[in-house]
Design a protein around this ligand. Structure first.
Ligand code: ADP
Length: 471
């Protein structure tokens, strides 16, 4: 095949090879003619057989009159058989259906005809706008195959698409199946090279591939971190049981410190993995319809003794007995335990903590209030940021990673809720959460297993969430 360059006649594209498949996504006839007329003119000047498959909205006379504006001796080209005008309905359709087999036969026929009649090859304007959207899929498949076939022939095609009808997917298909696509970008016509799209497609594939890797990474990494920690924890527990009698007080203390630090690592690993998942948009709530009142009450009551041991009184209060909302009970537990562990951590002996619920009809308010050390005004916003602590000094009094509140905030926001803080230094802090009172449809709730009983054993999670507090 002669690979010599041919003038496309399209300013934005310039010289092209035989076998070039161009797409034109136009909103107006004006744009269409702006591109198609010089393109056809160049073909006629270059000794090519030119075929214009015109739109169902134009007549033979219309299209001829349009071409006259650019090519003066249209009739003579038509007479000598170098310019052929044919309606797209005749070309593409049979019984109003896209008729692929005939179309392929026709392209072949005209490519051969061009050579037989002494032309260099075939140049086509093919207006596809008569192809109904419901045949779009098969048309796109056809275009993909056509592109291969055009690439190997003495054939140049400009396929016209109605940009007003095309949806983004169709536009993407059009771009993918052509070497160039010319379309309007604001005030000028612009060319998109399919190569650019191939790169974008590659990037898309890379993204999908990365997504798959991410899923594997998250499930592996939690396992990899937690397995050794669990091994250490169970050994510590075995030692505690076995050696209780033989151990002196010092040994028991060492075991306790080891255990607590293991739990702190578990908490840190959980938090870091979850915050990474949230950042990667990979964290999904498992919402169920739950009674938020009893959920928060059970969690609070489960740490009353813990607080008592620290000399802190914990009271639970509610103005509503039952409020069913769609939430992820595991994450609600985490939110409340996090706030409670902070309240205990930053409240001195003799202090008070109040957990209360208020029904605001379309919202439920959960407040965790303490009369502890309080948070200075200038830190009240930033403590919700990751790794932010009021006291960052190495000699600080309280342990922690500064990650808890950022997780709490992210989890509350995942529930479409809000978290606010009222605090005064030296007087205490109150964290207020508001969650929307939405419920899942019966069917949806069943699919998510809301009928499963939520296991109300918080001991292990309390141990983990409270691991920063040394009793
Ligand atoms: P961590 O407690 O692990 O350091 P958090 O993100 O849970 O991290 O809390 C961040 C910081 O906010 C804490 O280090 C502390 O300075 C401050 N803070 C949180 N809750 C309270 C509270 N109830 N009273 C006083 N300070 C608090």
């Amino acid at each position: 095949m002669n690979k010599s360059l041919r003038d496309s006649g399209i300013e934005e594209i310039g010289a092209i090879n035989w076998g070039t498949h161009i797409g034109g996504l136009f909103e107006s006839e004006e744009d269409l003619y702006k591109v198609a007329l010089p393109y056809i003119k160049a073909g006629l000047n270059n000794n090519e057989l030119c075929l214009w498959v015109y739109s169902q909205n134009s007549s033979y006379e219309d299209i001829k009159n349009v071409i006259v504006n650019s090519v003066m001796d249209v009739d003579s080209y038509i007479e000598k058989g170098q310019l052929i005008l044919i309606s797209n309905k005749e070309w593409y359709l049979k019984d109003n259906t896209f008729y692929e087999i005939r179309v392929n036969t026709l392209w072949n026929k005209y490519i051969n005809k061009a050579i037989e009649q002494g032309f260099d090859g075939l140049r086509v304007v093919a207006d596809t706008s008569c192809v109904d959207k419901k045949y779009y899929r098969s048309f796109a498949n056809y275009e993909e195959k056509a592109s291969d076939f055009i690439n190997q022939s003495t054939f140049i095609a400009l396929c016209i698409y109605d940009a007003k009808k095309a949806d983004p997917l169709q536009i993407a298909e059009v771009i993918k199946n052509h070497n160039f696509v010319i379309m309007r970008n604001e005030d000028k016509l612009q060319v998109v090279k399919s190569v650019e799209l191939m790169i974008k497609n590659k990037q898309l594939n890379d993204v999908l591939e990365y997504d798959k890797l991410k899923t594997e990474f998250f499930s592996n990494i939690s396992h990899e971190f937690k397995t050794p920690l669990n091994v250490i924890l169970s050994i510590i527990q075995t030692l505690e049981l076995k050696n209780n009698k033989k151990c002196d007080a010092k040994d028991l203390k060492y075991l306790k410190v080891m255990k607590q630090n293991c739990l702190r690592l578990v908490r840190l690993v959980n938090n870091v993995i979850d915050i990474t998942k949230i950042d990667a948009n990979y964290f999904n709530l498992r919402k169920q319809n739950c009674n938020i009142v009893s959920l928060v009450e059970d969690i609070s009551l489960s740490i009353i003794d813990y607080a008592k041991n620290k000399g802190i009184s914990l009271v639970f209060d509610t103005d509503v007995e039952e409020k069913i909302i769609a939430c992820d009970p595991e994450q609600i537990e985490r939110i409340v335990l996090n706030l409670l562990s902070n309240a205990i951590k930053f409240t001195r002996k003799g202090g008070h903590i109040l957990v209360s619920l208020s029904d605001l009809n379309d919202k439920i308010q959960i407040s965790v209030k303490d009369d502890g050390i309080g948070i200075p005004k200038d830190k009240q916003k930033s403590i919700f940021n990751r790794f932010e602590q009021v006291d960052k000094s190495l000699t600080r009094e309280y342990e922690g990673s500064g990650i808890g509140l950022s997780i709490v905030k992210a989890l509350v926001e995942k529930h479409n809720g809000t978290i606010t803080l009222n605090s005064e230094l030296g007087k205490g802090s109150e964290f207020i959460i508001e969650l929307p009172c939405e419920v899942l449809e019966e069917k949806e709730a069943e699919a998510r297993g809301s009928k499963d009983l939520f296991i109300n054993d918080y001991t292990e999670n309390v141990n983990i969430e409270f691991s920063d507090i040394y009793v």
